[in-house]
Design a binder for this molecule. Sequence first.
Ligand code: ZN
Length: 678
Amino acid sequence: MRCVTAILLSFLGCGGAAAAAPPVIHHAAQIVLDPQTHEVRIVDRLTLPPGLAALTVGEGLVVEEITGAPAGWQPRLVEDEQGRRQVIDLGPLGLDQGGQAVLSLRGVFHQPTDQVSFSRENVGGEITATIGEEGIWLSSAAGWLPGADGALHTHDLTVTAPAGFVSVTQGRREVIAPDVTRWVADHPSDGLNLVANRFVVHEEPVRDGVTAYTFFLEDDADLRATYMERTRAYLAMYEEMIGPYPYAKFATVENWFPTGYGMPGWTLLGSQVLRLPFIPTTSFGHEIAHNWWGNAVFVDAGRGNWCEGLTSWSADYHYKELEGPEAAREYRRNLLKDYYAYVKDPAADFPLRDFKSRHSGATRAVGYGKSMMVFHMLDRQLGRERFLAGLRRVYAERRFTRAAWDDFLAVFGEAGGFEPAAFAAQWLERTGAPVLALGRVEFADDQVAFVLQQAAPPYVLDVPVQVDGKDGPRLHRVALTEREQRFTLPADQPVRLAVDPDYDLFRRLHVQEVEPTVSQTLAEEVPNVVCGDPALVQAARAFGEAFTDGRWFNLLENGRPPRDLPPGAYQSNLVINPAPAVAAEYPRPELTVAGRTLVLEGRRYSLDEYDLVYAAANPAQPEVTDLVIHCGSAARLAALGGRLGHYGKYSWLLLPAGQGRVLRGNWAPAASPLTAAR
Ligand SMILES: [Zn+2]
């Protein structure tokens, strides 16, 4: 599987293996699935390239026979960083110089799927293989087809499923008989996933050689039309942006347990996720973009995963650009806010080159966020046309093979005006982010002079500086290369100067640039759940467990957030129904709470109709964010902990006690220390 998405929050992770010019194994396999016995039987005719030392098969498979193996032969079981697997040494079988081999395998899989839930960090429950009346899922992680370290695969599969079941995997679809489907995938991929269920199948031609499919568990004409339309739109968008779509089909497949997987030429979305209204215009496009980045051009994982940053640039960010410059700016600002919140502790930071996959807020903030900002800075530096031309060239040259960061940088380097080694040293090899400071600013009638500072060793930065003068705002770019530099810009009656006002640089934000948000408390290692109401303590515990996703938290039953700790020792407090004296420590100019009434940004609400959650600076240590929660019901409080993860970027939420929309918004950030006015 290329990519695993927790679609609600657009988390994805690419897999991958080592070294360029990978060997390719061809599989011509017969697959028979039996949900009643939970069994899969496989006869795989393999065409092996020369030079492979061994094949590997998942632990759950029984290898019944392999060509040329003596009686009583058994594969050996190993455990390494890839997990427990069976290894078939090809040397003794005379297959290390390549050739044909036939493997007969069978396996029984029945992992329960009814407890799988979608959470921030547990993506799709990691069900690797299950075969039952409720559905069939075989992921490449189960090792159900033989593989080899670093090898890619092509496939010609004939799948026999019981009456009523329809199978889906990658490749071209050919229905042989009602219960038999052939799937031919000519292009190499690094693993094969297969699903089968009682699908209603629809297909539409997209263009010559490409078909769009929906495989839904129940027919739904409106939903089908939405996904068909989006499939067409995204394929057209990326064919124009990057190059021809590499596969014969794109299939949107509904899953009976929660997943958000993107694979070559298809996506597998849980029933609930599939029906979330924002999915077709957000995560779905990200999954489709992965067919160019990640599925067709593979990640050379030993040399860093560039694929999530580039897919985020091509999809999530690009859609914001199409909305307008304000939306794009807000998207970049949110990425920097995420880095600020999740990578506070230098120990959590790491060089972008070391990113492999997302497994925490910090790995997401670097592997997705910083990576996306690095592509944005390349785009700014090269200009859109040259940047896109570089992407098209990498796609054309590296299709169906692995690519590394350096392949992109080399191509951009040839475009000119750009030094790949220096760029890689500061953005890929170096941990952290520049911190900019604005020194003395002197406004004159015809110019503005100012000092920019940064920590040592200095980054080389192309810093945008906006000067507002008589003729309106003007954007300049200055080259900052030293720890401290003085610049002078011409201006007519300048009145205001702002450094990086649109968040074009990847940098660590100042505390004043970041308004308190829910995500800053989600990022906390061990938050305090503060609840002084004995009737709510049990619900507060459930709230804490869901909020921390099963991690540790402190439950403080005295209702008082800790004070008088040494500097740096404060943790986020999640303060539930605070007494008036405690609430008064979290003043926000936009908010007044009096009894059961609150006024928020000029509007009046009742706490009988809404629960209120808002983020505010910790009174003792303003870099720490606390959360204040006014909740009128134990049941709603218990459920709230799991909901807040979906609203991380907001400062305040009003959650209706009954049905209705969650109202939300952000506090205005304080004045940035990177601006100065006359
Ligand atoms: Zn992704």
